[in-house]
Design a protein around this ligand. Structure first.
Ligand SMILES: Nc1ncnc2c1ncn2[C@@H]1O[C@H](COP(=O)(O)OP(=O)(O)OP(=O)(O)O)[C@@H](O)[C@H]1O
Length: 705
């Protein structure tokens, strides 16, 4: 038979199996529906039964409905091609691999879940170590239709006469396809070095490093799905937390886990980690560097302990006809004494009351001594402690503290200088104070870690006022994945934390995430060469503290760049040549024959040049086109491209481009990317490595080259 006919025949064979799988899926769905309906009927019956029986029936009902709902949720996930692989083994057995395990009515396997041990050979078998696999087949489907098959023969000598072999290079075909707005899963083409990371043990800390496009993000997400499948008992209950650099990024990766049937994962951007705050604004590099440094711990602690603005400067109370007064300095002494005990202020009001009463008793004794008399301290303390005017004073003098409020106080340079004495330089005080002074401005991403630090320092406000705190911080709730995943009641209960783009976390951000992972195991993804954080040693120290004493640490380095064409990556690698060791740069596996297009134009010609390049690339590729520019140019560049509104075209700032990818990229004024950040060349390197197929650079100078 000719190659196309063989291919068609093989597709038809696989279509038959896929049809069988979907028929079975429909049966399982119907069974789960029936179980749910039956469960609800039990509930209705219960109303007529005795209380005791009622309780057990209701329990049974809840269990049935719960299980039925879980099954339906799994079956209804948006699987893009439920079956994607097949292994033919030396013993003549065949195994179909898919996103979900499915058995037929006789309990025979129709599809093996990709995460099950039986499917491991699909990813791990090689010609050198074939693991009894004769032929590995990737099956490409669209919905329920088989579009294509692609084979890999691992033991040529064992191929039986009637076995057909079709095509070559499922990976290359997958990499060459155009990209949509959302990242796709890679279950069908996970490579062996990636599979090893995905299936690494769950305990301790697993670090994944590697250059751009090596699949770190994809691997970390598949690892989350794998861990939840294999260790659901240990990890499923308390929740898995995935942290990404920005909302644009979390939206970009949001479909990957649901496409594998995993909805029990909480996905958040760095600016959304704290409930009640959604921050998207980025501070300029030097300001973010101050806000992120560990020095801020001291500054915040002092700020919190300073006298709040607008508290009364005098306590005046009449006791048995005599006026007792505590004034400025005396009151401050009392405040310092209360803070000296080290408890969170929102939990210290009782201590504040006691210390104030002691000071009043001292004062009364002092007055009495001057008059040659005496006072009964215990009586005074008891009596004043019950007086309403004393309590009125107490609540305003020792107010409930809210993190947002304290940060805003630091908009006053004098107050900030007090808090930052010996810690912050003069120009740093000015920079910081200006950023907190603007009461109208939203919080920035770097502020969120400061708010979280203050949340812990101040302690929780009294319960009846917690709602007020939410409103004070920011009314909008944090974004969740669409399905509303399981969320533990307390922050420190997550069982597994995935940190993506970890090289950019500031020390203060590491502290914030560390609080959420006190008892968790970790998967940490990063590429030091892409780091935009200026002090890696300080960040490493904070990171190690977040991991705590976890003894098991393993590190994997991925070395193949699957995203960029070799032509594009060559240009990017040149930009960081002086910063990265040769072994830190990955190898790009795909060539397209299309060199990146560098256009040097007049400064006044950048706008027209960008418009022209965007148009050309929109015509040249089927998928997405990203226009990347310096952060403070985004609105301007959006304006340039307004008439061209198209779903496929996105304008994105350099820092927000982290982790994203496009079929084609227009990079605007690369030198501006270098100068806007403290680690400029690395930011440019990130921007240059976002395109899969074509890259055009529009620049008014050559300095960046
Ligand atoms: N085994 C694979 N099969 C198919 N596609 C893959 C494979 N591994 C990676 N890719 C693709 O390569 C691209 C880059 O992957 P990913 O974004 O995970 O890389 P990364 O290492 O996180 O990159 P960066 O550090 O630049 O953000 C994605 O489109 C991903 O789907």
């Amino acid at each position: 038979m000719s190659e196309p006919r063989v291919r068609r025949a093989e597709i038809a064979i696989e279509q038959e199996h896929v049809d069988r799988v979907y028929r079975r899926l429909a049966e399982l769905r119907a069974q789960a529906e029936a179980m749910r309906t039956k469960g609800y009927e039990i509930g209705h019956g219960a109303q007529r039964e005795a209380v005791f029986e009622q309780a057990s029936m209701l329990f049974e009902r809840d269990m049935m409905v719960f299980h039925a709902n879980q099954t339906l949720q799994t079956l209804d996930a948006e699987y893009e091609g439920l079956v994607f692989g097949r292994l033919d083994q030396t013993i003549g057995e065949k195994i179909y691999v898919g996103r979900l395990g499915i058995r037929d009515a006789e309990f025979d396997n129709l599809v093996t879940d990709w995460r099950a041990p039986a499917a491991a050979a699909f990813y791990q078998a090689t010609a050198e170590e074939p693991m009894d696999v004769v032929r590995r087949r990737v099956i490409r489907c669209s919905g329920q239709n088989v579009l294509d098959v692609d084979d890999d023969v691992l033991i040529p000598d064992a191929v039986p006469d009637d076995m057909q072999v079709v095509g070559e290079g499922a990976l290359m075909a997958a990499l060459g396809r155009s990209r949509g707005e959302k990242m796709r899963d890679i279950v069908a083409t996970i490579q062996r070095e990636q599979d090893e990371v995905i299936r690494a043990p769950w305990r301790g800390v697993t670090e994944i490093t590697g250059g751009p496009g090596t699949g770190k993000t994809a691997v970390a997400l598949h690892r989350a799905a794998y861990l939840l499948y294999r260790y659901r008992r240990q990890l499923g209950g308390a929740g898995v937390f995935v942290l990404g650099p920005s909302g644009v990024f979390t939206s970009y990766i949001s479909r990957v886990l649901p496409s594998m049937g995993e909805t029990n994962v909480e996905l958040r951007a760095l600016g959304e980690v704290l409930d009640g705050v959604v921050a998207t604004r980025q501070d300029p590099g030097p300001l973010a560097a101050i806000k992120g440094s560990l020095r801020m711990r001291k500054v915040l602690t002092r700020a919190m302990r300073d006298t709040p603005p607008d508290v009364p400067a005098e306590l005046r109370i009449v006791y048995r006809g005599e006026v007792l007064r505590l004034q400025g300095k005396e009151l401050e002494k009392v405040r310092r004494k209360v803070h000296g005990h080290g408890g969170p202020p929102n939990r210290s009001r009782v201590r504040a009351a006691e210390t104030l009463l002691e000071a009043l008793a001292d004062k009364a004794e002092e007055n009495a001594r001057a008059d040659g008399g005496s006072v009964d301290r215990t009586e005074l303390i008891m009596e004043l402690g019950e007086r309403i005017d004393f309590h009125r004073f107490l609540v305003v003098w020792w107010p409930v503290l809210y993190p947002g409020e304290i940060l805003r106080w630091l908009g006053d340079p004098a107050r900030l200088a007090r808090a930052g004495k010996g810690v912050l330089k003069r120009d740093e005080v000015d920079l910081l104070a200006a950023s907190f002074a603007d009461r109208e401005a939203d919080w920035t991403v770097a502020d969120v870690a400061l708010l979280d630090e203050l949340r812990v320092l101040t302690g929780p406000p009294p319960k009846r006022r917690r709602r007020a705190q939410q409103v004070e911080l920011d009314a909008a709730p944090a974004a969740r994945t669409e399905q509303g995943p399981h969320r533990p009641e307390h922050y420190d209960e997550y069982s597994h934390i995935v940190v993506d783009e970890s090289q950019d976390l500031s020390p203060m951000q590491w502290r914030m995430i560390g609080r959420r992972g006190k008892y968790a195991s970790w998967t940490v993804v990063g590429d030091p060469v892409q780091s935009s954080w200026p002090d890696p040693a300080e960040a490493a120290q904070a990171r190690d503290q977040a991991f705590g004493l976890r003894s098991q640490r393993r590190r994997y380095t991925l070395r193949t760049n699957y995203r960029n064409s070799a032509e594009i990556f060559d240009l990017a690698a040149g930009v960081v040549a002086g910063y990265a060791g040769a072994d830190e740069l990955p190898k790009a596996v795909r060539t397209t024959g299309i060199e990146p297009d560098v256009r040097i134009v007049e400064r006044t010609g950048v706008e027209v040049g960008t418009q022209a390049a965007a148009k050309e690339l929109m015509d040249a590729v089927e998928g997405t086109v990203g226009v990347i520019c310096a952060m403070d140019r985004v609105t301007e560049v959006q304006g340039w491209l307004q008439g061209r509104a198209d779903e496929r075209l996105k304008v994105v700032g350099s820092l927000d481009a982290k982790g994203l990818e496009y079929d084609a990229v227009v990079l605007v004024e690369p030198t501006e990317l270098i100068t806007e950040s403290t680690t400029g060349r690395r930011v440019l390197y990130v921007a240059l490595t976002r395109a899969t197929q074509q890259l055009t650079v529009v620049a008014s100078d050559r300095e960046w080259l």
